[in-house]
Each structure stands twice: as structure tokens, then as C-alpha cells.
Ligand binder design. Structure first.
Ligand SMILES: [Zn+2]
Ligand SMILES: [Zn+2]
Length: 319
């Protein structure tokens, strides 16, 4: 039996979305298992939502009933702190995640503050766009924050749910893109997505060959690696940025950072402004997720397949 709940009266600044699509993100799997100790049950995951506005609160100005919209990881923030007023709501200390202590998008309906509900450009179809709302912005935001441009040499570690989007965006920004994967079989796919070079990261010789060649390396994987090797791929002033979460602490020799002014960084999703910008870029440049679709009622089957790493590259639930 599907779980039912009464969401109460719609808040004045809230929007209700009738969900047509919701992507499955790895964070959902962590939240289902309460890996981060924040989950409350019964738990409704889902934070890559696309649907149509079904109701708007009294104070909502910019959105209308019937409009196609998206909702990502974040559903609310304080709106008045330094970070919110600087357009970096993703850094707000009072930020509310769509499915942490709120009911998420594996559902018919979901609610969020209107500031986090983003219109979807007509050129984008819902199934291939839903994963951009979390997976896409997670890789788009660091590429933008670190000023990736046509002179940049970018490495993307891992060709999966996040990596296959990161390669496309880095290519759109004009960068020379090097894809790193432990699976030689992914070379062709990486190149089709826009990678100029492919490095089999199981081969230490191949890794040594790219030492000192990259400006920015984005790691999308959830596995432990010899991160010092990736820091050595950086040119002076280069950054190794994490969006995937390896289980163990990252250990590198600080001398590697001091020499060459290199740094290690991370990125938490993106602001509503960046989400709008990303969707516009995706619409103009044809960036889309490679997806496999499942009916919403088969969410458990889909989650199982994602857990086993059998979905290329993002599962999307459809109502
Ligand atoms: Zn996510
Ligand atoms: Zn705030």
C-alpha cells in the first residue's frame, strides 16, 4: 500500500507540484539506509523532481498553476542570511533539503518554497532533465565556480551518474576534457559524451603520463583512491574538487599542495540562480542525462538496480 499523508494548508510562499518525473540519486539510497543519521520514517525520498505546478501560495508571484517546473536537493532556506542574500542559498545554515525532514518526490505531489521551484525550458524533455536537478547541478556548479573556460584542462574522475553529466558540461564550457575510469570499456562512451582523452585509472603508467597537465579535476566517485596521484595530475594553481564521497578520509602529502599552490575542495549542490542558468545551458547546448525509466510504483525495483550499479546512468521514476 502506498503511504499517504496530509500536508496541511499550503504556506503563503509555497508551491505544490504534481510530479511527473523524479530521478533516483545516490543520496536517496543513503537516506533510505539512514547512512547519515538524519532520516525519519516513514521516509519519502526523491529530490530530482519535474512536474506541473498544481497550487501556489498567496504570496507566490512568479509561478502559475500548470507551469512545468523542477525541484532539486534544496526546498527552502532562511532567505535573509549573508549567503541567501548573496545568491548562495546552497550555503545557508538553515537550508532545508527536499527529502530530509520533509516529504520528497517519490510521490504524486511535493511542496517547496517558490524560490527553489525552477521553470523548465521548453526545449528540455522531462525524463532526461530530471537528473540535472541534483546530479547535474552538483557537477555544473563547481565547473562554474572554478571558472572553467576554453583554456581549461579538466579531468573528470568516474563515468557514471555524475561523471557522464560533468563530461558534457565541461565540453560545453570549451575545456579540454580528460575522463578517468577504472573500466576500459567506458572509453568509447566517454569520448561520445565529449571527452578528448581517456585514462584507465587502473594503469599507473597511464596516470603518470598525465601528471602536471590538468587545471581542475572533479571526482565523482564514491570509492577510496590514492588521491595523491590525482593531485599530481594538477598543474600549478590546480584544484582537486570532490562531489563524490569516498568512505575514508582523504590523505595527501601537504608538500604536493604547497608546491604549485594546489588545493583540494568540495561542492554542495547549487543555488536556484545556478539551477536556472544550468537548465538554460542544457537547453541551448543539448546536455541531457542518459536515463532508464521506471513507473513510480516500481520504485523499489529501480532502487535495487541503482544499488547494484546496473543503471546507465540515471534511473527516473515516472507517474
Ligand atoms: Zn542528489
Ligand atoms: Zn540563509
Amino acid at each position: 500500500m502506498p503511504f499517504k499523508y496530509d500536508p496541511g494548508k499550503l504556506g503563503p510562499q509555497e508551491v505544490e507540484i504534481a510530479i511527473t518525473h523524479c530521478g533516483i540519486c545516490h543520496s536517496d539510497l543513503h537516506l533510505i539506509a539512514n547512512d547519515w543519521g538524519t532520516s525519519q520514517y516513514p521516509f519519502i525520498p526523491g529530490h530530482e523532481v519535474i512536474g506541473k505546478v498544481s497550487a501556489v501560495g498567496d504570496e507566490v508571484r512568479l509561478l502559475e498553476v500548470g507551469q512545468r517546473v523542477g525541484l532539486g536537493w534544496q526546498s527552502n532556506s532562511c532567505g535573509v542570511c549573508e549567503w541567501c542574500t548573496r545568491g548562495m542559498e546552497n550555503l545557508c545554515l538553515a537550508a532545508e533539503a527536499t527529502c530530509v525532514h520533509r516529504n520528497g518526490g517519490y510521490a504524486d505531489r511535493v511542496r517547496a518554497n517558490a524560490r527553489f521551484v525552477i521553470p523548465i525550458p521548453d526545449a528540455l524533455d522531462s525524463e532526461h532533465t530530471a537528473p540535472l536537478l541534483c546530479g547535474g547541478i552538483t557537477v555544473y556548479n563547481p565547473l562554474r565556480t572554478h571558472g572553467i573556460n576554453p583554456s581549461s584542462r579538466v579531468g573528470i574522475v568516474g563515468i557514471g551518474g555524475l561523471g557522464h553529466l560533468a563530461i558534457q558540461f565541461a565540453k560545453v564550457f570549451g575545456a579540454e576534457v580528460t575522463a578517468f575510469s577504472t573500466s576500459a570499456a567506458k572509453e568509447e562512451e566517454a569520448r561520445a559524451l565529449g571527452a578528448h582523452h581517456f585514462v584507465n585509472s587502473r594503469e599507473s603508467k597511464a596516470l603518470k603520463e598525465v601528471a602536471g597537465t590538468l587545471d581542475f579535476v572533479l571526482s565523482t566517485i564514491n570509492a577510496d583512491q590514492d588521491w595523491g596521484v590525482y593531485v599530481s595530475t594538477l598543474r600549478p594553481t590546480g584544484t582537486l574538487c570532490f562531489v563524490g564521497i569516498p568512505p575514508s578520509p582523504v590523505s595527501v602529502h601537504i608538500f604536493q599542495l604547497i608546491s604549485g599552490l594546489r588545493s583540494i575542495s568540495g561542492n554542495p549542490t547549487g543555488s536556484p540562480y545556478r539551477l536556472k542558468e544550468m537548465l538554460d545551458v542544457a537547453a541551448r547546448h543539448g546536455v541531457k542525462a542518459t536515463t532508464e525509466s521506471f513507473p513510480m510504483a516500481q520504485a523499489n525495483t529501480a532502487i535495487d538496480k541503482v544499488k547494484k550499479g546496473k543503471v546507465r546512468y540515471r534511473a527516473v521514476l515516472a507517474n
